[in-house]
Design a protein around this ligand. Structure first.
Ligand code: ZN
Length: 303
């Protein structure tokens, strides 16, 4: 059933460039990870999605895509071994004009109107555009932020110098206790706009601090943006694990998301590297409902 009273007026998606990853990476394999990383010749092309939500207080982004510097700056990854594994794992293409600023302009939005960026996790292909939104709060989970002080975050494609940029307004999110039976199984949640429209949920597995965002959008079924928890929603539904990540954590998060979907059968699950997100949003334009009601907060509740 479409939401009628959410302050969120629209959801859009675009891709900042494209990438290819190994099929073993996306769909999993019984082969040892190092084998397919080094020897696989099977590639599948994927988008690098940024989601845009229209809130009365400004634009809220989920993920910030790729930085053109990945392709133009030969030392974007500063270690030689890092550059070697980058080439083995990702084939990236991005035209100079495919920036966050230009992609937003293509949808009729001004980058200066971005109020917050929710970062699903700190991998380079999810934080690339943060330099273009110096005015925005950048939300990241505490567990993910802790990855930066680990011994070698760059070995997991978290590049501190591109995350902790001068002036970047990072806000580390702690999840609060909730009694809402819909959200409680996740062990906590964070209400981004304090109006119940955008709820962050811990969904570890791809990285220890990966998060998802449950969004209530006017004229749409509820949406769960899951970052890289799964590369396709169907893979999550059938417990088909990808080639990387913490298997036990992934399976635990998959079950929590399926439990959420059992309570909200109309829930639409949108991953950050799935072309299905574009297809879904272009083939399901928002339904016209009642005028936006900003006076009463839209809350999630069962039933
Ligand atoms: Zn990614």
């Amino acid at each position: 059933m479409a939401e009628e009273h959410s302050p969120i007026g629209g959801l859009h998606v675009f891709s900042t460039g494209t990438g290819s990853i190994h099929t073993e990476h996306r769909y999993g394999t019984r082969l040892p990870q190092m084998w397919w990383v080094l020897f696989s010749r099977n590639w599948v092309e994927v988008p690098i999605n940024v989601f845009v939500l229209e809130h009365p207080e400004g634009l809220i982004l989920f993920d910030a895509g790729l930085d053109t510097a990945v392709l133009t700056n030969p030392t974007y990854v500063d270690s030689r071994i890092g550059r070697f594994f980058m080439r083995r794992l990702f084939r990236l293409t991005m035209r100079a004009e495919e920036t966050l600023t230009n992609k937003l302009a293509g949808l009729g939005f001004d980058v200066a109107d971005v109020r917050k960026v929710v970062v699903s996790h700190l991998h380079f292909d999810h934080v690339g555009g943060i330099a273009e939104v110096p005015q925005a709060d950048l939300l990241v989970s505490r567990n993910e932020w802790a990855q930066l002080s680990g011994p070698h975050p760059e070995r997991d494609f978290i590049f501190g110098e591109h995350v902790q940029r001068p002036g970047a307004r990072w806000q580390v999110v702690d999840f609060e206790h909730t009694d809402d039976p819909l959200l409680a199984p996740f062990g906590g949640c964070h209400d981004v706009m304090n109006d119940g429209s955008l709820i962050l949920l811990p969904t570890p597995g791809h990285t220890p601090g990966s998060i998802s965002m449950l969004a209530r959008i006017k004229g749409r079924a509820p949406v769960l943006l899951i970052g890289d928890l799964a590369y396709e929603a169907e893979l999550l539904m059938k417990d088909q694990l990808p080639g990387t990540g913490n298997k036990a954590q992934l399976l635990d998060s998959y079950e929590k998301v399926r439990e959420l979907k059992r309570h909200l059968p109309e829930l639409v699950i949108l991953p950050s590297h799935d072309i299905a997100a574009q297809e879904y949003l272009s083939s399901n334009p928002a339904q016209q409902g009642a005028p936006a009601d900003h006076s009463t907060a839209a809350r999630f509740s069962v039933g």
